[in-house]
Design a protein around this ligand. Structure first.
Ligand SMILES: [Zn+2]
Length: 235
């Protein structure tokens, strides 16, 4: 299916016919807006194709910031309601304790590798989107502390690859969050899905024990830039 936006268009699924072969579709679901949109678009695709494939939601939970699992679980419940014919497997949850500040990527990879080796997934979908273009990032205070691997031209990743026999699809690789926000508007997801997503990555001290967004971290600022509001609709 094709999705359009002022920030760029996406031809989701169709360019990669092999996606139809997989029966166990793992989707990394962080609790944020982008991975939730990837799951939404996947549900639409499976529904349209009357597919009997199963979605396997995958969530990593940092023990010092444990609340994203509530967001991820609510998101899955919502999609089960909207797409009653789409099949879901058990939510694969990995609670981990970071050994150092940059350990998150390793912990997620360990979990994914376990799922691959246990044959629980046949393809992995990831919701990573792109950073805003440099001039827009500068104007919106989104250059400092950005994750550089999300720069559109900062790496050589392709949206779909099958390295090491592990098919991987990252459909938002070259689309920034304005694309995501536009789809939320188009598909009326601002009232049901948006309020149960969470993007803030700060800890208990800066979020009033995880009850409000910090409004300062990069992810808070990116969400405010694209959606005009922070987690929970806070402005
Ligand atoms: Zn924040």
């Amino acid at each position: 299916m094709k999705y359009t936006s002022e920030a760029g268009d996406l031809d989701f699924w169709d360019p990669y016919p092999r996606l139809n072969d997989f029966k166990k579709i793992g989707i990394n679901l962080s609790g944020g807006t982008d991975s939730a949109l990837v799951m939404f678009m996947t549900c639409r695709e499976l529904e349209k194709r009357n597919s009997d494939a199963t979605i396997v939601p995958i969530t990593g939970v940092d023990k010092t910031r444990p609340t994203n699992i509530w967001n991820a679980e609510e998101i899955v419940l919502l999609f089960k309601e909207i797409f009653p014919t789409v099949k879901f497997a058990n939510h694969e949850v990995n609670h981990y304790k970071k050994d150092h500040e940059k350990d998150k990527v390793n912990k997620h990879k360990e979990h994914e590798d376990r799922l691959w080796s246990e044959n629980k997934i046949e393809v992995l979908l990831h919701g990573r989107s792109a950073n805003p273009p440099e001039d827009i990032a500068k104007a919106n205070n989104l250059l400092f502390k950005r994750e550089e691997r999300r720069d559109k031209h900062g790496h050589k990743r392709v949206p779909y690859h099958e390295n090491h026999n592990k098919p991987f699809y990252c459909p938002l690789e070259y689309l920034d969050k304005r694309f995501v926000a536009e789809q939320y508007k188009k598909f009326n997801l601002l009232d049901n899905l948006f309020p149960i997503t969470a993007s803030c990555v700060e800890y208990a001290d800066k979020t009033d024990n995880f009850t409000k967004p910090c409004k300062e971290c990069w992810w808070c600022r990116e969400k405010k830039w694209a959606f005009g509001m922070y987690d929970g609709g806070v402005v």
